[in-house]
Design a protein around this ligand. Structure first.
Ligand code: FMN
Length: 153
């Protein structure tokens, strides 16, 4: 899942999806147009949840969407075993440590997603609108490798 205004979050989500083994059933969606109930009904084995830092604030819309997802999962008494977070931003990665920490702290509160990967993938874009910096292109590959090993996919 991503929350895109200028397309960078979607590109990142698609890069991650492409790295997953091709025989897996993978869906990419925007939190603005994909109702949480749809994902709750699909109950994926792994949810990769993306957000963006905007106006010096964390991923508010993504956090809100996750809250609704948790609610829907509670109603159906189901859980998603694995979750991982990603953030896009224009600030240098070092300046986003606090945002990533807070994002992971927040998502970990959702009881219906059993286990969250301990690192949040951070992806820097150029300026306000992007594109994703070329130096960031290798990171999604390693992230998915690590996630696949961790979630025993
Ligand atoms: C209105 C606005 C405010 C932004 N503020 C910040 C910011 O405070 N810090 C930052 O690192 N990036 C900021 N950005 C850059 C966004 O993080 C970047 O546009 C986003 O991650 C790219 O995702 P998207 O193309 O999927 O929307 C801002 C972007 C916009 C449009």
């Amino acid at each position: 899942m991503h929350d895109t205004q200028h397309g960078n979050g979607k590109i990142l989500a698609e890069m991650l999806a492409k790295e997953l083994p091709s025989n897996y059933d993978v869906s990419v969606g925007d939190v603005k147009t994909t109702p949480a109930i749809k994902v709750a009904q699909e109950t994926p084995h792994l949810l990769i949840l993306g957000g963006a830092i905007r106006k010096f604030q964390g991923p508010k819309r993504t956090n809100k969407w996750l809250k609704t997802l948790s609610h829907e999962l509670t109603i159906t008494n189901t859980t998603i075993p694995y979750g991982a977070g990603t953030l896009t931003h224009m600030m240098p990665p070092d300046a986003t440590n606090g945002y990533r920490k807070r994002f992971l702290k927040n998502v970990a509160k959702s009881p219906t997603i059993t286990s969250w990967y301990g690192e949040c993938l951070s992806t820097q874009v150029r300026g306000i609108k992007g594109p994703i910096l070329e130096s960031e292109f290798e990171k999604p590959k390693q992230f998915i490798k690590d996630i696949v090993a961790w979630a025993q996919l």
